[in-house]
Unconditional design. Structure first.
Length: 243
């Protein structure tokens, strides 16, 4: 199968929501195949279905001063932050297109696997943590594991939306605006901070992270990745109807 990948650059969160809605509708109708959007957002906080508003630490006045938007959305999970230097991915997949069909939990585990492998490309050992969705660094000495990627998805009639956020060169001070994912006892980190800078591993740049994530999406989900300029190029030709 082919996975259509579209890199949108930096995009306002509301525009990304509109793009996802349009793509989900197109995937339901069979007008496109499985599609992955990769992008960055300006600073924004999103509240999932299970979010507590109390997990936003900053005041509304301070958020307005900083120009940080807040969106309540239908993905799973609590509150999270998106911003420059963070690679965000929105897979628009039909879980029924896989053989055998993917369940919700298996889909999330596969997305975690993609991000674990991508972190490994930069010399960053990463793992799952039982009961805490996402991707985490390994603990070391007295330092507990840190969250390097968040995951929150929505699935309706077998079609996925929302997805993951991988901290690449993110300014981690912006996470002080919130209690990330409602977890108070663990810190967040980024590829830039954790990566091994040597002759073996690539530099932890956004461009390199995009290519690593795209490559591992293809391998883990067993799709051939095809880069497109726009999602309209992913549309499936419709045969003319005979009257």
């Amino acid at each position: 199968m082919v996975l259509h990948l579209i890199h949108l650059g930096r995009l306002e969160y509301a525009a990304a929501l509109d793009a996802q809605r349009e793509l989900v509708e197109a995937r339901h109708a069979g007008r496109i195949g499985n599609t992955l959007l990769l992008l960055e957002h300006p600073p924004v906080l999103t509240l999932g279905r299970n979010a507590s508003r109390s997990h936003i630490v900053a005041t509304d006045e301070f958020l307005a001063y900083r120009g940080v938007e807040v969106h309540e959305i239908n993905r799973g999970g609590d509150v999270t932050y998106h911003g420059p230097g963070q690679l965000v991915g929105y897979p628009i997949f039909d879980l029924r297109s896989f053989t055998p069909r993917l369940g919700a939990v298996e889909y999330v585990r596969k997305m975690e696997e993609v991000l674990i492998r991508a972190c490994g490309d930069f010399g960053v050992p990463a793992q799952r943590v039982a009961g805490r969705t996402g991707v985490w660094t390994l603990p070391g000495g007295s330092v507990a594991e840190k969250k390097i990627a968040a995951i929150g998805v929505h699935i309706a009639r077998g079609i996925t939306s929302h997805g993951f956020a991988l901290n690449v060169t993110t300014d981690l001070r912006d996470f002080d605006l919130i209690v990330p994912c409602g977890i108070r006892d663990r810190a967040v980190t980024s590829l830039e901070l954790e990566a091994n800078s040597d002759m073996i591993h690539p530099a932890a740049t956004m461009e390199n992270a995009i290519h690593a994530v795209a490559r591992h999406f293809g391998r883990v989900f067993e799709h051939q990745v095809l880069w497109l300029e726009s999602w309209h190029m992913a549309q499936v030709p419709v045969s003319p109807v005979e009257i």
